[in-house]
Design a protein around this ligand. Structure first.
Ligand code: HEM
Length: 81
């Protein structure tokens, strides 16, 4: 939990919801770049045993939402692309 909330790694906006920080891939999401401290399921002997289930559930939920709604960029997002 501390790694995911560390200002030294993620920057002063660490507590902001900014999915765009991953736009260039996970390894480029942090201040240091080039390594991957994004470990929401931990790693090593204490790694989450539900990781694959959790990811499958998340993908299923997103797919269900995408089937039911249509999306378009807001005008502010269009100017950033
Ligand atoms: C987004 C969803 C989830 C996240 C972010 C997550 C995250 C984590 C993390 C960080 C740990 C390590 C905790 C520690 O080091 O003390 C952990 C352990 C664990 N998780 Fe998850 N988890 C998720 C979903 C699930 C699901 C769906 C299951 C079961 C169906 C599950 C079962 C477990 C179990 C049993 C452990 C303990 C593993 C062990 O100590 O041997 N988790 N999880």
């Amino acid at each position: 939990m501390h790694v995911q909330h560390d200002r030294e790694i993620w920057g002063d906006d660490v507590h902001e919801f900014k999915p765009e920080r991953f736009v260039d891939g996970i390894v480029n999401a942090t201040k240091g770049k080039g390594s991957s401290p994004f470990i929401p399921f931990s790693s090593g002997p204490c790694v989450c045993i539900g990781q694959n289930l959790a990811m499958a559930e998340a993908k299923t939920a997103i797919a269900m939402v995408l089937q039911r709604f249509s999306f378009e960029l807001s005008s502010s997002e269009e100017t950033r692309i």
